[in-house]
Each structure stands twice: as C-alpha cells, then as structure tokens.
Design a protein. Structure first.
Length: 100
C-alpha cells in the first residue's frame, strides 16, 4: 500500500496482496487479489484503474472502505495528510465520529 499526498490530491496504490489482506475482513470481496490505483481531489474520485483497466463494476461500498482505510492508515503515519483538500471526500466522510 502506498498513499501519495500531493497537497490538493491523494493517490492510493493497492497491490494484489493488499486487497487480499483487506478481503479477510470483507466477506464476498470483489476486489480481492486485484491491483488498484485511485486518484482523489476535493471534488472526489477523478481517476481509477483496477488491474490496469479504467472501470470497475463492483461494490462502491467495498471500494470506499478499502481506499478510505488505506488513507486513514497513512494519515496515522503522516498527520499532515489530514490537511489535504481531498482528505474529507476520500476518507473523512466515511469515518465515524464518537462523542465524548
């Protein structure tokens, strides 16, 4: 897994082994064993490749979960990612907020 912070966009690279590992937590995964490159800016997803193809007819829920998990994990290591203008649309909107 690699997440690239471009300041105004985020690119997520997931290998086949990354998606297989995620599939252990996601029953009936449609992305298991596939390579993903997803590019986000403040308007949302602007480019996508699954196994080198520019289309994916599978579950948007699974796609959102795997990419937002990758971005959230990267933000733990690099907190400045939280300031990226694409963060909310790519990850933040899917995070649960907990009241004190």
């Amino acid at each position: 897994m690699r997440v690239v912070d471009n300041g105004d966009s985020i690119i997520v690279y997931l290998s086949a082994s990354d998606t297989e590992r995620f599939a252990r937590r996601w029953p009936c995964s449609e992305l298991s064993g596939k390579r993903i490159v997803a590019c986000f800016d403040r308007n949302g997803l602007y480019d996508l490749a699954v196994n080198g193809r520019a289309s994916f007819d599978g579950s948007a829920d699974e796609f959102n979960a795997i990419t937002s998990d990758a971005i959230a994990d990267a933000a733990k290591r690099k907190p400045s990612l939280l300031q990226n203008t694409a963060y909310f649309v790519a990850c933040g909107q899917f995070q649960r907020t907990v009241s004190p």
